[in-house]
Design a protein around this ligand. Structure first.
Ligand SMILES: [Zn+2]
Length: 75
């Protein structure tokens, strides 16, 4: 069970950086503003499909993304 309260202190832009599994793949995305949730040529999603990133980790990321997206911006 994830404790979502602990994610209050960072924003949407920092979310991917909190997933160490994504780090080696973020540079492979064509655009730096990719959300890594649904872009068809996203390198993170490609790594999930290739089994390099556990699908459950990406699902957690998408769930958090949806939550953070609805929060007001703090910065
Ligand atoms: Zn991406």
């Amino acid at each position: 069970m994830l404790d979502f309260e602990q994610f209050d202190f960072f924003g949407l832009d920092d979310l991917a950086a909190t997933f160490p599994e994504f780090a080696g793949h973020l540079g492979g995305c064509r655009y730096t503003d990719y959300t890594h949730t649904k872009e068809t040529d996203c390198a993170v999603r490609a790594a999930v499909r290739a089994g390099e990133i556990p699908a459950t980790r990406h699902q957690s990321y998408v769930a958090l993304y949806e939550i953070l997206k609805k929060k007001p911006r703090w910065k």
